[in-house]
Design a binder for this molecule. Structure first.
Ligand code: ADP
Ligand code: MG
Length: 673
């Protein structure tokens, strides 16, 4: 960094804090926002508060005054041909030297009005002779303001060779009308106008998504290695006889897809089973495990939470009792001695099926001959964790399950390395959950309704959002809420409470008591969001519903409507602006997870699908998963590249390959092998 003029070792350290350690990284440190200085407003035309750019001369010199707290207030006035305006700066004792009396500048900033007229507070400015443009705003830190970063970037760009190597070959750029890398880099930092900025952005986004797309594809090709797991016999028909119900057509198709992968293909299975909440993914996984076990291999099933692992363990144990298959549970909450016992069983092969949490992928866990690895609720695991589980065997088969309906374009990238089976059919006799939106003032009615349902032998969930520290206003904390209910409204009905801060064994005790019907009402935070199955529950009440994303609400709602009784979901909110109302009404209008996912993506972007970085994909610098059009374009470009060059190892793609390595490296990404 210190090769740049104006950057000494102290500056370099400040840059490092922003994650910028080299000139190359600085060039890729894109602005977080832009200020549009291209439209200049005449001072006389400013009649409302707002952000403006004016071109004006300093009509007075800047005067400094000390104000309370040892702060400096600098004031002056500026004028153009139409009028005069005050400018005010705080705590910058250099201002009076930076702005010369009579000099002409662009001033950009927020205009406010007080009794004496309009003033611009702490504007940014540049000499008028530098010309107008769109000014970059960088993520800055103390002592390293955006303007300083901009200067460093300007110097860095000067060092960029005229013919900088471009990861996108010319032919590809021409075909898709994308500008060259050099142009894009200059324009992303210092665009002349918004069209130039848009073109630069489009090009950089396309490149990043193409790199991601091709990277995911090559990951898939890598993982298609010869599997050491030889499956000869399809035992899914025997498994079906163990079930108390018959499988839906969609379940049968998903199982058949898996069996086909394992029996007919030389390489290992890499399959995603995607199905809405309640579509019955668990038995699909169970069937696959059963076949693998009957062929003499072990199976591992990884769930994202202790509660879910425990529940799956019970389901599997019950189903497989009498078949002679040995099933074990391995979670962090077990006693060390128990964990040790299970691990020994896995190492010597006496445990054939293990259900567990992340405890499965720690180094201490080894398998005798792992044949299939299943991950439930895949969006909760990163690609790297998936890979870690696979590394426990000799290229075992992989089955991942996800209830989160993911918009198609996004799915292509996130699960780009997997084949997909969709369970698009619910088990028979399911009645769609009826959803209503109510205000807190109607709580009395809602409680009466719960009482009626409990009277019919059913159960209810009441979900409260997590309380963030220092933020209790109007938000029902689960603990207080439950206490209140137990003491007053439902003093005669057993109420349980479960939240993330409980010890795992306590959490488990409450959940199993609820599943067994000992508690009729369960007050919970979103710990119950994922996968928990209590078919007898028929009411889901969600407090402060406006705090949840649609996909999350859909997951929560999926906890009811799992049995044959009509189920209900009540969304309670007292904070309904037009947008929130519209959002929550989508929930009332449809039970279709894909419709909800698309709406959610439109309204909130992709973060909500995965939580913070939960998708395990590399971190993107500029592209946004919510931009469907860019995702589609990148898909086309990737296909074009593979069509033209046949093989990623083609010499023309050398720079593109380097970018793939860089992107996946940055994300802490493990390859499959
Ligand atoms: P999810 O896809 O959300 O993981 P589960 O596998 O938990 O769904 O299944 C939801 C419920 O439906 C469970 O109680 C399960 O026993 C039941 N179920 C699954 N398949 C069928 C079927 N074909 N017929 C009837 N009930 C089924
Ligand atoms: Mg499930």
């Amino acid at each position: 960094m210190t090769v740049l003029s104006g950057v000494g070792s102290k500056r370099a350290e400040q840059f490092e804090k922003l994650g910028v350690c080299s000139v190359g990284e600085l060039i890729n440190f894109y602005p977080r926002a832009y200020e549009d200085w291209t439209s200049v407003t005449a001072i006389a035309d400013i009649t409302e508060e707002g952000v403006y750019c004016v071109k004006a001369r300093l009509a007075t010199s800047i005067s400094d005054a000390m104000i309370g707290g040892g702060r400096i207030l600098s004031k002056g006035s500026i004028s153009d041909d139409t009028g005069t305006l005050k400018v005010v700066f705080f705590n910058n004792r250099y201002i009076s030297r930076m702005l010369a009396y009579g000099g002409e500048y662009f001033f950009y900033g927020k205009i406010t009005f007080d009794g004496y007229g309009a003033q611009m507070v702490s504007p940014t400015f540049s000499a008028a002779r530098d010309g107008v443009g769109i000014h970059p705003v960088y993520r800055s830190t103390a002592g390293l303001p955006s303007k300083t970063i901009a200067n460093a970037v300007r110097n860095a760009l000067k060092m960029l060779p005229e013919t900088v190597g471009d990861p996108l070959p010319e032919q590809v750029r021409r075909h898709f009308d994308l500008c060259g890398l050099r142009q894009a880099l200059c324009d992303i930092h210092f665009p002349k106008n918004s069209a130039a900025l848009e073109r630069a952005r489009q090009r950089l986004v396309a490149e990043e998504l193409v790199v991601l797309n091709l990277g995911m594809r090559s990951l898939r090709d890598h993982s298609r290695t010869i599997s050491g797991v030889k499956i000869q016999r399809d035992c899914s028909a025997d498994f079906e006889k163990l079930l108390p119900f018959s499988l839906t057509g969609a379940q049968k198709r998903a199982i058949a897809d898996c069996v086909h992968d394992m029996l007919e293909k030389k390489s290992q299975m890499n399959r995603l089973v995607q199905g809405d909440v309640g579509s019955g993914k668990t038995v699909v996984a169970a069937s696959v495990c059963y076949t693998v076990i009957q062929n003499g291999f072990q199976a591992a099933f990884m769930a994202p939470t202790e509660i879910l692992a425990k529940q799956h363990y019970e389901t599997f144990s019950k189903l497989l009792s009498g078949t002679g298959v040995t099933v074990a549970l391995l979670t962090g909450a077990l006693k060390e001695s128990e964990k040790k016992r299970v691990r020994e069983g896995l190492a010597d092969g006496t445990v054939q099926l293990v259900i567990g949490t992340h405890a499965l992928i720690t180094d201490k866990t080894t398998f005798h001959n792992l044949g299939v690895a299943v991950t439930d609720e895949q969006h909760r695991f990163g690609v790297a964790q998936r890979a870690k589980l696979l590394s426990k065997g000799d290229n075992p088969h992989l089955l991942v399950m996800s209830a989160t309906p993911i918009p198609r374009t996004l799915g292509l990238i996130i699960f780009g390395d997997l084949d997909i089976s969709v369970i698009d059919e619910l088990p028979p006799n399911r009645k769609p959950v009826r959803t209503v939106l109510m205000s807190g003032s109607q709580r009395g009615r809602i409680y009466n309704f719960i009482r009626e349902e409990v009277g019919k032998g059913r159960q209810a969930y009441i979900v409260c959002p997590l309380v963030e520290e220092g933020e209790t206003d109007g938000v029902a904390s689960a603990e207080e809420y439950a206490a209140e209910l137990m003491l007053r409204e439902f003093s005669d009905i057993p109420v349980g409470l479960v939240h993330g801060k409980l010890k795992p064994d306590e959490k488990e005790r409450v959940m199993s008591a609820f599943a067994a019907g000992e508690y009729k009402i369960l007050v919970a935070t979103t710990v119950i969001e994922v996968g928990v199955d209590v078919p007898n529950a028929s009411v889901m009440v969600i407090e402060n519903a406006e705090r949840f994303g649609l996909s999350q609400l859909h997951q929560l709602r999926g906890r009811v409507g799992r049995g044959e009784a009509q189920s209900f979901c009540v969304l309670i909110s007292d904070h309904l602006n037009a947008a929130t109302k519209q959002r929550l009404e989508v929930m009332c209008a449809t039970n279709d997870g894909f419709v909800i996912a698309d709406e959610d993506l439109k309204m909130r972007g992709p973060g909500d699908f995965f939580g913070e970085r939960q998708h395990g994909l590399p971190q993107l610098a500029i592209a946004d998963f919510a931009e469907t059009r860019s995702l589609e374009l990148s898909q086309k470009i990737a296909e074009y590249i593979l069509f033209i060059y046949k093989d990623l190892r083609n010499e023309e793609l050398r720079l593109l390959n380097a970018e793939i390595d860089r992107l996946f490296d940055r994300g802490g990404h493990n390859t499959m092998n």
